[in-house]
Design a binder for this molecule. Structure first.
Ligand SMILES: Nc1ncnc2c1ncn2[C@@H]1O[C@H](COP(=O)(O)OP(=O)(O)O)[C@@H](O)[C@H]1O
Ligand SMILES: C[C@@](O)(CCOP(=O)(O)OP(=O)(O)O)CC(=O)O
Length: 193
């Protein structure tokens, strides 16, 4: 950590937002617009699920799908992930960025202040915080259902306060409106390349 190094990214977009706000969708749109030689999408939940599956004898691949299998383990994965982060706040972040060589990184699932702080410490001004929002009505249309212990817990609400977002993307399903917002964000990103 510390000063800028050779292989450091020029822009690190930390996407956060509620379940079904469209973080993965927006991450994919950004990557599509920049090209995968310029932009890579990273997930903190990837290494989390991989380690969790290893330690608990579970099927890592099935934890990656939007499946009932994942939902069955979500609460315990949250608990386990919090325990790991308490011991070492960079535990999942370090693994997630390993091998990322593109100049632009999009982290599609930032959930906690400790994650934002880790990226700011490591990459300084390259970091841009991006909030993806959608109304509850939109999220319900995308099959979101409120789950106590998940939607009212740190996993979903950890960044509701404490971060001033550099960009807020409203994603309620109008393709043209989303495109215009993404182009404004991408102008900022491209100016950093
Ligand atoms: N602007 C959009 N246009 C069409 N479908 C969308 C849009 N945004 C999100 N979706 C769809 O809504 C669902 C939830 O989006 P996703 O990106 O997985 O949300 P999150 O990662 O925030 O939980 C997915 O099926 C996704 O394809
Ligand atoms: C334990 C988790 O990492 C599970 C995340 O799984 P996904 O990243 O698949 O999440 P959704 O898009 O919300 O379904 C949450 C956490 O608090 O770390």
């Amino acid at each position: 950590m510390g000063g800028a190094g050779m292989g450091d990214p020029r822009a690190v977009l930390l996407l956060s937002g509620k379940r079904k706000s469209g973080k993965d969708f927006v991450a994919a749109e950004i990557q599509k617009r920049l090209g995968s030689d310029v932009c890579t999408v990273l997930r903190l939940s990837g290494p989390l699920k991989e380690r969790y599956a290893q330690e608990h004898g579970l099927d890592f691949q099935r934890l990656l799908d939007a499946s009932a299998y994942k939902e069955q383990y979500r609460q315990d994965m949250i608990r386990w992930g919090e325990e790991k982060r308490r011991a070492d706040p960079g535990f999942f972040c370090r693994t997630a960025v390993q091998g990322a060589a593109q100049p632009v990184w999009v982290v599609s699932d930032t959930r906690r202040l400790s994650d934002v702080e880790w990226f700011r410490d490591a990459y300084g001004d390259a970091v841009l915080t991006v909030r993806v929002t959608a109304t509850e009505e939109t999220r319900r249309r995308r099959s979101w259902v409120f789950v106590a212990g998940v939607d009212d817990a740190e996993s979903e609400c950890g960044l509701d306060q404490g971060v001033t977002f550099d960009w807020v993307i409203t994603n309620d399903g109008d393709g043209a409106a989303l495109g215009a917002q993404l182009e404004a964000l991408l102008q900022d990103v491209r100016s950093r390349l």
